[in-house]
Design a protein around this ligand. Structure first.
Ligand code: AMP
Length: 213
């Protein structure tokens, strides 16, 4: 099964992706995670991407299309994959169609997680992640037992560089302008599966499983 997870920043794509991996055994391909790894490792690509990411802008299509293409071509994607945060523009979606057609693959479902913009700012600025194990928390909605420490492994929690209020505002505007058109793009292909992204994490996961059959 080949899936795209679509939705604004803060809709819970990453959280649902982790649950989908466990249930369906298919890898998560997050261009955001790949770019953050490149930034951390200070590769040439990472150095170029950082300025876009820090200001909440999109990294150029050519860069992310190359990353996604290489990743989809790897052996563990043969039985299926889940794209999280890609595509994010219509040119990226068109490039993806071509890459998949060349590989004899196709997308089965575009799971579109819907959350109102008014809710997203609070969700994003309160996010914290464990440096050691990657576990996510939220200062209001899912606080750790001890402030700044991971419940699972005791690791130190950090805030993503782009989860500050100014950058989040830009990311939400960029989503509306550049990524939202993908809803019509995939609707026209009868691939869109809209999901209400408000409620308990397990309930949202249940809605996703229901549309995937
Ligand atoms: P994310 O973790 O998906 O929220 O992505 C974080 C940042 O990485 C975004 O704000 C963009 O700057 C960059 N990024 C991730 N995926 C893409 C993409 N498909 N196209 C362009 N930029 C991306």
């Amino acid at each position: 099964m080949n899936i795209i997870l679509l939705g604004p920043p803060g809709a819970g794509k990453g959280t649902q992706a982790k649950m989908l991996i466990d249930t369906y055994g298919i890898p998560q391909i997050s261009t955001g995670d790949m770019l953050r790894a490149a930034v951390k490792n200070q590769t040439q690509l990472g150095l170029e991407a950082k300025k876009f990411m820090d200001s909440g802008q999109l990294v150029p299509d050519s860069v992310v299309i190359g990353l996604a293409k290489d990743r989809i071509g790897q052996a563990d994607c043969a039985k299926g994959f889940m794209l999280d945060g890609f595509p994010r523009t219509v040119p990226q979606a068109e490039a993806l169609d071509k890459v998949l057609a060349d590989m004899g693959k196709k997308i089965d479902h575009v799971v579109s997680i819907e959350v109102a913009n008014s809710e997203l700012m609070g969700r994003l600025t309160g996010r914290r992640t464990c440096k050691a194990c990657g576990q996510g928390f939220h200062v209001m909605f899912d606080p750790p037992k001890t402030a700044g420490k991971c419940d699972k492994c005791g690791g130190e929690l950090f805030q993503r560089d782009d989860d500050n209020e100014a950058t989040v505002g830009n990311r939400l505007n960029v989503y509306d302008a550049q990524t939202k058109p993908l809803i019509d793009y995939y609707q026209a292909k009868s691939l869109l599966r809209p999901i209400d992204g408000v409620g308990a994490i397990t309930d949202i996961f249940g809605r996703i499983k229901a549309v995937m059959g």
